[in-house]
Design a protein around this ligand. Sequence first.
Ligand SMILES: Nc1ncnc2c1ncn2[C@@H]1O[C@H](COP(=O)(O)OP(=O)(O)OP(=O)(O)O)[C@@H](O)[C@H]1O
Ligand SMILES: [Mg+2]
Length: 451
Amino acid sequence: MNVFSRPLRSSNGILKHCAQSRSFYWPSRFARQPSSSSQKWSHPPSSTTVADDEVSTLASQPLHTLSLEDLVKHGRPPLSTEALYASANFTLSLLPIRLAHRVESLRNLPFIVVSNPNISKIYNNYLHSLSTLLPYKSKSISNLEDEIRFTSVLADLVETHSQTIPTLARGFLECRKYINSTEVTRFLDEHLRARIGTRLIAEQHIALHVSSQPHQDTKPASKRSNNGTSYIGVIDTALQPASVINSCGNFVSEICELNYGVRPTWIIDGEPDTTLAYVPVHLEYIITELLKNAFRATVESGRSHEPIVITIAAEPENSRRGSSAAHPDGLGRTFGTNGNPIEPFEDSAPGVTIRIRDRGGGISPEVLPNIWSYSFTTFSEEDELPGSGNMDALNAISGAGGEGSSIAGLGYGLPLSRAYAEYFGGGIAVQSLYGWGCDVYLRLKGLGRPR
Ligand SMILES: Nc1ncnc2c1ncn2[C@@H]1O[C@H](COP(=O)(O)OP(=O)(O)OP(=O)(O)O)[C@@H](O)[C@H]1O
Ligand SMILES: [Mg+2]
């Protein structure tokens, strides 16, 4: 039986009417300090019941610092049955704590904000997902039936939370009267960084499940995945940034053509053959956002004929050797649960820096201090582009892509890209030469210690 043939639960909007009927104009002093007699009102309305004690006990446990090593430690697919159970139990040891932290953090928002239908929906999604994992918390997964059920719970979790970013963005746009942008940025930065890890943990087990020995055995030989792949779950151990840049460049230039009627070009130089172990969807997100910014600036400054120059630089050999001291055996090797080294991590993956250089006029000193704030954008709803405005940008950021995508408009591009890059120890720096153009440095670390 394949768990993915089961229909997924539709997203949770059960409480919408409750949240809407609650006064939206309560003074925030009531929102933040509910009286003891109205203790129950201190939490946003929800049909999912998870005991408060359970949430607070889980939320009081520290968050495990996730690393790429954690995600590959169960070995290369196809995983044995034992390694598959180890992956499921590792996943189970992390997710309820992570979800409880998010529930607490949403509860700490001003009540008027979390009562907004969009934000309340996200709150309910977290509570719902936590309630679906709790039945597994008291046991260890040690048979295939439980593992299959648990994986379907993870698939449900991934699906339920797929629209979190546009939903929260819409919610905070609607609540901008009640919460200032610094508080929004602080909340979103923590929340969206935590979400990166939570999704990754769930998606990694789902991917390992699909390509594991017990589940491969149930498929006809023609449908079994190729064991020669460079993937370990959702991680590509031989990801080539140049090929990601080319495919994202094609996508972004198509949006440019739709919106502006021109297609800026790009050149890749440096070391385009460089590869590293990384999560492809993360790199695709970051590169798409950085190219959108560079292309937009290039076109709007009237320099569409100037190509964007993208330089790929791999860390030198000696710095790779130096960093390997951080690995368990001091030789840069990572070990699977069976004790065997997982190739190609015998030699730790190199760090890579990518510089995106545009001639789009740079960033003015008034704009520069705001570029890392969520929801700061210089794109206005009056801009005469088809599909312009924040709400269209919301659709674009939700991954709808394709026709109707906006080139800019929400102000999430840079801060969220930086959150992705920093997750595995990399980063993004913007160097503006006002009046000339921008250099954006993206540093990626294949194997690192994220927060
Ligand atoms: N390469 C660049 N050249 C000129 N200005 C830039 C560049 N990159 C970013 N900016 C400025 O920084 C602002 C914030 O960028 P960010 O990517 O976070 O948001 P956005 O592009 O406005 O919207 P979104 O990315 O969510 O669609 C932009 O509105 C733009 O003014
Ligand atoms: Mg942008």
